[in-house]
Design a binder for this molecule. Structure first.
Ligand SMILES: NC(=O)c1ccc[n+]([C@@H]2O[C@H](COP(=O)([O-])OP(=O)(O)OC[C@H]3O[C@@H](n4cnc5c(N)ncnc54)[C@H](OP(=O)(O)O)[C@@H]3O)[C@@H](O)[C@H]2O)c1
Length: 281
């Protein structure tokens, strides 16, 4: 069994690679820049080049692969359908696809179309419909927390169902190992508590011993500040879009799929903040 882990450099793919490696399951880690990955990780992983916007990379990336942990990356000209058809031709036996919670109500996002594509493809799949990543706090929210001690995001007063990407990776690993029992299933993976960003700021303050504030900017204020900072408009719009359902109060649903699959409680946000403390100090 050889598993292709896409998005290795990302918040979920890296954790999936960790979990599979711990179990000594053979993996190939897909990155766009193999040389850089080798510099960063040495021989710890086997890397293969995969760029979803460059179909000439697909064949080699899919060589001797049985299963895929699949993400849909940000960016333009992503040839996802072509990649999926090539994967089928190469005899891929199972795809675990990282999707998003409430995708069924969001026909305008890529994941809606991608889930349909995957179903039509006829390769057994497992969909992991993920809640809002805790790791966003040390990713695109990280700079402002570190530099200005504020959570700066237009998410209003709404609650969102935070999930630790390490928990998502655990579900992915289980589904990849035991494909028969998880074939053509959809799991909605969240933590066990929906929180608003005021509460998250309080917990961060308590754990980090630094006063962290949630400033709840308007979309206009957020966009203006980020543009001035040099962030690309396309990315800013994606980030605003991610937080829109929260602002509308639509992101607070909690599920218990994680517990059912793993027999464990999902990671609490306090634990996540303790574990990642060094990122904001
Ligand atoms: N953030 C959330 O709260 C949330 C919640 C639910 C679902 N999601 C979904 O999670 C997915 C993103 O996963 P993530 O957050 O783990 O990723 P991420 O941290 O945003 O990292 C992006 C990853 O995509 C890869 N990538 C970018 N462009 C690529 C391309 N053209 N071809 C191949 N790989 C490419 C990067 O690889 P290299 O660096 O190697 O180039 C990197 O590994 C998205 O589909 C998003 O909708 C996010």
């Amino acid at each position: 069994m050889n598993i292709l882990v896409t998005g290795f450099n990302g918040k979920v793919g890296f954790e999936v690679a960790q979990k599979l490696k711990e179990k000594a399951i053979p993996i190939k880690c897909a990155v766009r820049n193999v040389e850089k990955a080798k510099l960063d990780y040495g021989d710890a992983y086997e890397f293969v080049r995969l760029d979803f916007s460059d179909s000439s990379t697909f064949d080699t990336a899919l060589n001797q692969i049985d299963k895929i942990f699949l993400i849909y990356p940000p960016g333009d000209k992503i040839e996802f359908e072509r990649f999926l058809h090539q994967a089928k031709q190469k005899g891929i036996k199972h795809i675990v696809y990282l999707s998003v919670k409430d995708v069924q109500f969001l026909p305008f996002i890529h994941h809606f179309k991608n889930e349909k594509l995957l179903k039509r493809l006829g390769v057994p799949y497992t969909f992991i419909r993920a809640g809002y990543f805790m790791q966003n706090l040390n990713d695109f929210l990280g700079d402002e927390i570190k530099e200005r001690q504020r959570i700066f995001i237009p998410a209003g007063k709404g609650k969102t169902s935070f999930v630790d990407t390490r928990d998502l990776a655990e579900v992915a690993m289980i589904a990849l190992q035991d494909t028969e029992n998880h074939q053509n299933n959809k799991y909605v993976i969240t933590g066990d508590e929906a929180l608003d960003f005021y509460r998250v700021a309080d917990i961060m303050t308590e754990v980090l011993h630094v006063n962290i504030e949630y400033t709840n900017p308007s979309v206009k204020e957020f966009k203006g500040f980020m543009l001035e900072k040099g962030v690309k408009e396309e990315f800013i719009n994606v980030v605003i879009g991610i937080h829109f359902p929260t602002k509308l109060g639509l992101a607070k649903g909690i599920t218990y799929d994680y517990e059912k699959i793993t027999n464990k409680k999902p990671t609490e946000i306090k634990t996540y903040i303790k574990d990642y403390k060094g990122n904001w100090m």
